[in-house]
Ligand binder design. Sequence first.
Ligand code: GRG
Length: 270
Amino acid sequence: MNIYIDLINKHLKKYLQTIENQQLQELMEYSLFPGGKRFRPLLLLTLIDDCQLSLDLGINAACGVEMIHNYSLIHDDLPSMDNDDYRRGKLSVHKQFGEALAILAGDALLTDSFKFFCKGDLDNDTKIKLVTLAAKNAGSNGMVYGQVLDMNPRDNYSLEDVKKIHLHKTKDLISLSIMAGGLIANFDDNKLSVLEEISYYFGLAFQIKDDIDDYQEKSSDLINQKATYPAVVGLKESKRILIDYKNIILNLTKNILGENKFYELVTRVL
Ligand code: GRG
């Protein structure tokens, strides 16, 4: 996967060089580098690669998704949201640079990302579809909706509540990566609907895995008040669902993309 990650990093570095204000540039570099797993842009690039298309066609949208992801993490860590002092083993952006600049850096990443969905050698129709998809999945009926649903913790969550939060907070951005890949590769409606299905299970499975890892690290008292799978269906059942979903994703992937790079990414991430 290193070849893809190098390409993503190269393009994000190039983007950082376009930021005129040095303070903002430093802060956004702090958020984007060394970075996390880059898993969302990897989904898009591996899909494009499996279709034997040039990675150049997907790299801009891939960076756009990573920028939206990093904006969401900066804002999620703020005192008025999750109030986290650390992210990826270092101080969160607001702890390092102050709250006002952290909010602005998130705003800048989100806004600039839209340029990336209409950049590069794609036809205008595809670019319009990509921008619209990004707005839909990140906006008021997408990731932001999921964050709003998750803002007021309750004592009891039903499985349906948890699923709804996960589907918007986590799945919508993962879906943006996968569906953007399908649009760039010019998939027909049948193949796009298989990608929708993969996105659905992938979004849930990714969050269930994160919930399971968290549950095993932290005290169950803390976890039980949260909207997580282990809190609602128990650890054993969460693990069973994760395996089930992973197999569904692998089978669907095999059908439309074969056992190639995207398939390999699924086996590594889940
Ligand atoms: C503030 C609008 C707004 C939304 C925030 C994404 C999000 C919504 C909150 C982050 C907290 C969280 C638990 C999100 C669920 C998705 C998730 C597990 C994110 C972490 O993604 P990774 O593991 O992160 O891909 P890295 O560090 O690898 O980039």
